[in-house]
Design a protein around this ligand. Structure first.
Ligand code: FES
Length: 114
């Protein structure tokens, strides 16, 4: 497992873009829970954010794709509105260890992404 972020660096109600081995993902903290998703919209596969670390809508209630405005639930990545409605962001399994968000480094090995 590798540490990708200290949970203290992620404020409640915000998101942060992350990268390991040129693979891009992001973390969101909501109600003290952390969610990790690959930074790839299920519509066209583009990155979601409209500027650095801006993954959420104006209320901070939903994840928003900057390309065509699709909206996703933070808790499970399900697209509620937009061209990929009914599809989901792909979550990244993780756990917390001493305040660090840990993920399996195998997910970031070259050539594991399809
Ligand atoms: S690429 Fe995300 S909504 Fe179209």
């Amino acid at each position: 497992m590798i540490a990708v972020l200290n949970i203290d660096e992620l404020a409640e109600g915000t998101a942060k873009g992350l990268e390991v081995n040129n693979l891009y993902f992001f973390a969101v903290k909501k109600d003290d829970q952390v969610y990790l998703y690959w930074n790839r919209c299920p519509h066209l596969g583009t990155p979601l954010e409209w500027e650095e670390d801006r993954f959420l809508d104006a209320d901070g209630a939903l994840i928003q794709c900057s390309t065509h405005g699709a909206l996703f639930q933070i808790e499970d990545g399900l697209c509620l509105l937009g061209p990929c409605r009914g599809k989901s962001l792909q979550p990244i399994p993780h756990h917390l260890d001493n305040g660090l968000i840990m993920v399996d480094e195998k997910l970031f090995a070259p050539n594991t992404q399809t």
